[in-house]
Design a protein around this ligand. Structure first.
Ligand code: DAT
Ligand code: MG
Length: 130
């Protein structure tokens, strides 16, 4: 396991519902290091670039509308094995399938409103932080 960085984003529903502190707290308590943070209203073209791997999916237009619907909190987190570990802390994409104890398992119901994004590989971590 190596020191790496991942991109974590609190999505508009998470910001709107007042879950920013809760999400940050879980990564802090785990022991990861916050290396960057900003509140940001994502423009459409950047949202499409961020989710470019999903461009062919039927839900893509709704996903872009949702992610650009309000401010998000953009963060980079550093630590040993942080990319995979963050995905475990976040839980499964569908919150109804996410284990209790995970962010999505504890705090969300709908796939289209699943509170938080986490990079799925160290390469995508670098790309998404950029
Ligand atoms: P994850 O966010 O767990 O990495 P993903 O990369 O497959 O999941 O998809 C990105 C986001 O797109 C996901 O957080 C919510 C949305 N999404 C994925 N699958 C969906 C589906 N079947 N219906 C609606 N939205 C979906
Ligand atoms: Mg993903």
């Amino acid at each position: 396991e190596q020191v790496e960085e991942t991109y974590i984003m609190i999505k508009p529903d998470g910001v709107q519902r007042g879950l920013v502190g809760e999400v940050i707290s879980r990564f802090e308590k785990k022991g990861f290091k916050l290396t960057g943070l900003k509140l940001f209203h994502c423009p459409k073209d950047l949202a499409e670039e961020h989710y470019k791997d999903l461009k062919s999916k039927s839900f893509f237009p709704k996903l872009i509308d949702y992610i650009t619907s309000g401010p998000v909190v953009c963060m980079s987190w550093e630590g040993i094995g942080v990319v995979a570990s963050a995905r475990k802390l976040i839980g499964a994409t569908n919150p109804l399938q996410a284990e209790p104890g995970t962010i999505r398992g504890d705090l969300a119901v709908q796939t289209g409103r699943n509170v938080v994004h986490g990079s799925d590989s160290p390469e995508n971590g670098k790309r998404e932080i950029g």
